[in-house]
Write a protein that binds this ligand. Sequence first.
Ligand code: ATP
Length: 252
Amino acid sequence: LSQMDTAWAGRNIRYFPITDSTNTRARALAEEGAPHGTLVIAEEQTGGKGRRGRNWSSPAGTAVYMTILLRPVIAPQNASMLTLVMALAVEEGIRRVSGLDTMIKWPNDVVAEGKKLCGILTEMSADMDGIRYVVIGAGINANQEAFPEELAAASSLRILKGKKVERSVLIAETMKAFEKYYEIFVRTQDMSGLKEVYERRLANMGRQVRVLDSQPWTGTARGIDRSGELLVEDGEGRVHTVLSGEVSVRGI
Ligand code: ATP
């Protein structure tokens, strides 16, 4: 990718015409000693993964399937915030190549015109000494012309823009943004340096969200705290923190 002008993010690229899942492939490469910043890119995934064991629709040739391998020197409990860092990067990458008015649906969906353009999946390997590596995968709907009926909430940059985007530029822009935001993140190992920019892109901000806890409730999203948790105000004006992974938020 000649467009890549990063110091480390995506400098070492491993390209596969077809693979089961770029996250699985990146984990295997990590075990073989691949360096921090290695980027796995595939043209097609046969077993694309979403969160909570869901599938990620991964047709050949039209979308972006990529996973970055990181060897961060941070505490394991802080690794989940890297999902939000990648959401910021993908949102910026998409906006730069498409000009679409993209936003982030907490914690990690990139949306435009109410449609989902991207999914992000973070996986970690850790032992008693801490993090061994983290892989962050992003599936970006670049040039699909249509989606199956069951993915009515999905769209692509091509559908929303009415023209194709250059996938290599999308990848390069996303890596450039990721490197920038990652460097800010590791300084504090939390979202304090990114809270403002994240909240500016947060589609949920000031809007009603349904918190799918053991006892579901509805409140108003007020932003994120420095751990990346969503702040949701209830009817009595009390603000609660909602942890991604433990509860899922509906709305937008
Ligand atoms: P949700 O959007 O329901 O909150 P999630 O964030 O928990 O999902 P993800 O891992 O982001 O989960 O995405 C998995 C879900 O996204 C799938 O269950 C499916 O509904 C939807 N999906 C699958 N493939 C695509 C795609 N290519 N584009 C958009 N959405 C997709």
